[in-house]
Design a binder for this molecule. Structure first.
Ligand code: RAM
Length: 900
């Protein structure tokens, strides 16, 4: 067995952790079938040398008989602040053979105690008259006289920052330190800058932006947490001779207003290149005319090591076309609704020449930018050139959602004038899926782009208008889909910190996290009539997201950490209900559904039950038997109350919308007989709508799963492949490259929807991605064995699909599925990672199952006309079966074709 992919706290070789018990994970590979880990040994040391001799000075786990290879909790000596630790692991396989030691990995601890920080928060005195603040420059010259062994910099900002050492940007991170409720906490980052240092004079340089701290946030204006940006920087140099030196931000630094006239997340940027002090990031620059920074002493929040992945440029896009308009501007089409900004390359610009870059998601019919949906946001950069022969320009502390870019102020442009810089939280890709239907592939791509465009430090609802908030409802309904596309473990761990920080003292989970001003806004805007302290399906994110992360990554710690807050939420709901029925005072309901009014009391009570059932499961996972029983009983009681209040004898549920049936089925709120009736009502409702959905944000997430669970994947596929309004493929058919906020964001009949709320990049309605991975590809987790320790492979071909293939990189390794429907047989290939097991459902009657090659680890469990079921260990398997006709409705798209 080979060991690879060593991770500490989800990361490869992370720097600056502040958890005292980091969790270690590894992946194993082997050619053998049914391979497992039966024991492991971890060594952790403070030097590589010791590990190379198989010695450890902080932790030798000894041989631990266990199959755990994910999230093994460090149990050695107490970890020290700012210390680097090295580790390696070896494992014993199913036959007791020991593997070679893994490669050596490392992590470093951050600044563990608040009082260890010597740096001061430095800024500039705030200009009185500005609404949009300049982004100040800071620099500090220092000398290093001895060879350096290692240099780590710890840095943060109240605002945003870019950091340079001797002219080199220390990382590709943007918008650090990320968004948190700065009144409570701010994250710091740790970077290894050893390579950028030199003997003699060196320079630390930083630029500070307003960001979420004091720039514009949502529809709430600027200064949500403070009114002036500050940076905090601490460089720790360790010399070869063992001595150390620190360079910290303080009054010894110099500051300058700089050429960034303003840069605001929501308002764009103006940059005057004529004001750029040439060479300011390098040694030798004369900063005698610069000012002494002001020091902020009053910050009382906590400094935490960054939990989520940093925002980075994850892709670059070249425009697909360019044309000169009659307005004399150049209009570029990026071919994709993307989030980030463009990098502009200009040759032969004149000093003082003004160039403007504006962008939008869509075009009006006269080919102007459709920017009316931006509300108060400004997606624009203004550059004033300094006359250099070549200028490469991009903004610093702003981002936009756009497909079209209009550049004015140029006399000449080519396709190479702009490059689209796609930014998002650096969540590694974990899944892909390709089917024989190009429209579905485009839908999958749109779902993924919706995620790219909205996972920026927090899961935002939209990336373009003056909103971009961490709406909890959107996040919870999309979390599982998100986890197929990308590794969102750290991302949601961080978001749950925001959600809990924003939890009301009553126990109500928020609509938006970090709050950023939403609660105040909704209470001050009475005309909105949105006053509910909690919202069914929104607040429940506080339970659903930790549960999802636990399921996907086997991350028990997120449950431990969130459990008290989850209990508070459920107790709060109980207290606020009457006879366990939620009164339905919430604001959003099944948000943006189509002519279907799901009663809020039904929806809120269903979610109350759902949160309670997940809480019972969380209690079980945490070994809390008493709570498990208590919340399971509460769930049963809510279920009875739901039945009595909302379900009629004929199985009709109050409201009679698709969503009420979907929720009741998914959330297990019906008796067996009621379930049978509910699915009939649901199917006939869908038929009444001529095989169209009517669901909004909440109903849509479980619509296809509920149909499939009830054996109606034929209807599920009909909805999925529907391309007339409203449907997923309607927007695809009309050229969408992302998921839209509303089913009717644009229609042939009515054109654009109300621009007051019309985003073309909103992931919520893309929550169908989860079902596509689970049903088309058939990769499913099993609740009792989280983290895909046991995998359910259950592809259910349909919708006229001829083939599908794809994979999901689980914490145990890559799970792969590929199937093909040929004229006379069905071919299925499956890869199961080492140290996991799987149940594999093969559609049809088996012809060949590769038993022999699999060295006997494939075990036939059951076979009937319909499918053949196996239990398997790790390995790659090929199955060939014969499909039979199923009982699908002949009016609908036929999901199975007869074999010959
Ligand atoms: C709008 C957005 C957001 C949604 C809220 C309720 O602001 O559509 O996604 O969660 O409403």
């Amino acid at each position: 067995m080979r060991i690879c992919g060593l991770k500490t706290e989800y990361m490869e070789n992370p720097l600056g952790l502040d958890t005292m018990e980091p969790r270690l994970s590894w992946v194993m590979e082997s050619e053998a079938y049914g391979q497992l880990q039966t024991a492991y040994q971890v060594l952790v040391a403070t030097s590589i040398d010791q590990l190379e001799e198989d010695k450890s000075d902080v932790w030798d786990s000894g041989k631990v008989v266990s199959d755990q290879s994910v999230n093994v909790v460090y149990q050695g000596k107490t970890l020290a602040s700012q210390q680097v630790y090295y580790w390696k692991v070896r494992v014993w396989d199913r036959d007791g053979n020991v593997s070679p030691w893994s490669e050596i990995a490392r992590w470093s601890m951050g600044v563990l105690r608040g009082d260890e920080w010597q740096a001061k928060w430095i800024g500039r005195s705030k200009p009185q008259t500005y609404e949009l603040l300049p982004s100040p420059y800071f620099r500090r010259t220092f000398r290093l006289d001895k060879p350096v062994r290692q240099a780590l910099v710890y840095a943060s900002a109240l605002g945003l920052y870019e950091l340079y050492v001797n002219g080199e940007r220390v990382s590709g991170d943007y918008f650090a330190p990320g968004w948190t409720d700065y009144r409570i906490r701010v994250q710091y980052q740790t970077y290894d800058v050893t390579a950028y240092l030199q003997k003699g004079e060196s320079v630390l340089a930083a630029i500070a932006g307003t960001g979420w701290y004091c720039g514009h946030v949502g529809m709430f204006g600027p200064n949500r947490y403070g009114d002036n940006p500050h940076v905090l920087i601490e460089l720790h140099v360790e010399y070869e001779d063992g001595t150390t030196q620190r360079i910290v931000s303080d009054e010894a630094w110099k500051t300058f207003a700089g050429p960034i006239v303003y840069s605001d997340l929501l308002k764009g940027e103006t940059y005057d290149a004529r004001l750029e002090p040439k060479g300011w990031k390098l040694p030798g620059f004369d900063d005698s005319g610069w000012e002494v920074p002001v020091v902020l002493t009053a910050y009382s929040g906590v400094l935490n090591a960054q939990v989520d992945p940093p925002v980075q440029v994850m892709k670059e896009l070249l425009p697909v076309s360019m044309k000169k308009t009659d307005r004399g501007t150049y209009l570029f089409d990026m071919g994709q609704n993307m989030v980030g900004w463009v990098r502009l390359r200009i040759e032969g610009g004149q000093e003082g020449q003004q160039v403007t870059v504006a962008c939008a998601e869509m075009l009006n019919s006269d080919n102007t930018l459709y920017s009316i949906n931006l509300r108060e946001a400004v997606q624009q950069e203004n550059y004033i050139l300094d006359g250099q022969e070549e200028a490469v320009l991009e903004p610093h502390f702003t981002f936009h959602g756009f497909r079209y870019v209009e550049v004015s102020g140029l006399t000449h442009a080519t396709l190479n004038t702009v490059i689209g810089r796609v930014v998002h939280s650096a969540t590694p890709q974990t899944g892909w899926l390709q089917t024989s239907n190009v429209m579905l592939n485009k839908l999958l791509s749109n779902i993924e782009w919706g995620q790219r465009g909205n996972f920026i430090s927090v899961p935002t609802d939209c990336p373009q208008r003056d909103e971009r908030l961490g709406w909890t409802g959107d996040a919870q309904i999309f979390a599982r889909t998100a986890s197929y596309n990308m590794d969102v473990g750290r991302f949601f761990n961080k978001y749950m910190i925001d959600v809990i920080d924003a939890q009301h003292s009553s126990g109500a989970f928020p609509d938006v996290a970090p709050d950023g001003g939403w609660e105040e806004f909704k209470h001050n805007n009475k005309e909105l009539n949105w006053h509910a302290p909690d919202n069914g399906g929104w607040g429940d994110a506080g339970v659903i997201i930790p549960w999802t992360v636990y399921q996907v990554y086997g991350d028990l710690r997120i449950l431990e950490r969130c459990y008290p807050a989850m209990v508070k939420w459920v107790e709060y709901l109980k207290e606020k209900s009457s006879g366990l029925i939620r009164e339905g005072y919430s604001n959003y309901g099944d948000w943006l559904s189509v002519n279907a009014d799901t009663p809020k009391d039904v929806l809120d009570t269903a979610y109350f039950a759902y949160s309670t059932s997940l809480l019972a499961k969380a209690a079980k996972a945490l070994g809390n038997d008493e709570d498990e029983r208590k919340y399971y009983e509460l769930f049963e009681a809510i279920k009875r109350a739901f039945g009595a209040a909302f379900v009629k004898e004929d199985g009709r549920i109050k409201g009679d919308t698709q969503t009420v049936y979907v929720l009741a089925l998914k959330m297990n709120l019906l008796t067996e007989s009621q379930r049978k009736l509910a699915i009939e009502h649901l199917v006939s409702n869908i038929r009444e709508h001529d095989l169209h959905l009517t669901t909004g944000f909440l109903g849509v997430g479980y619509l296809l799963p509920a149909l499939t669970e009830m054996g109606r994947e034929d209807i599920a596929y009909s909805l999925l492949t529907q391309d007339t309004f409203p449907s997923w493929l309607y927007s695809v058919k009309h050229g969408a490259t992302t998921i839209w906020e509303r089913w009717d964001a644009w229609t042939e009949t009515d054109g654009f929807q109300n621009p007051g709320m019309n985003s073309f990049n909103h992931y919520s309605l893309g929550s169908v991605g989860e079902w596509m991975y689970q049903t088309i590809l058939g990769i499913n987790a099993v609740e009792e064995q989280p983290g895909y320790k046991h995998i359910l492979i259950h592809p259910r071909p349909g919708g006229g699909l001829q083939s599908a293939k794809g994979e999901f990189k689980s914490v145990y390794g890559t799970i792969r599925v590929e199937w093909k429907q040929e004229m006379s047989y069905f071919l299925l290939k499956v890869r199961i990672p080492v140290n996991t097991t799987a149940t594999i459902h093969v559609p049809g009657t088996i012809l060949i199952d590769g038993q022999r090659e699999s060295q006997g680890v494939l075990r036939l469990v059951k076979t009937n006309n319909h499918e053949t079921i196996y239990e398997a260990g790790s390995g790659s398997y090929t199955f060939i079966s014969r499909r039979i006709k199923t009982n699908v409705d002949s009016n609908l798209s036929v999901s199975y074709q007869a074999g010959s």
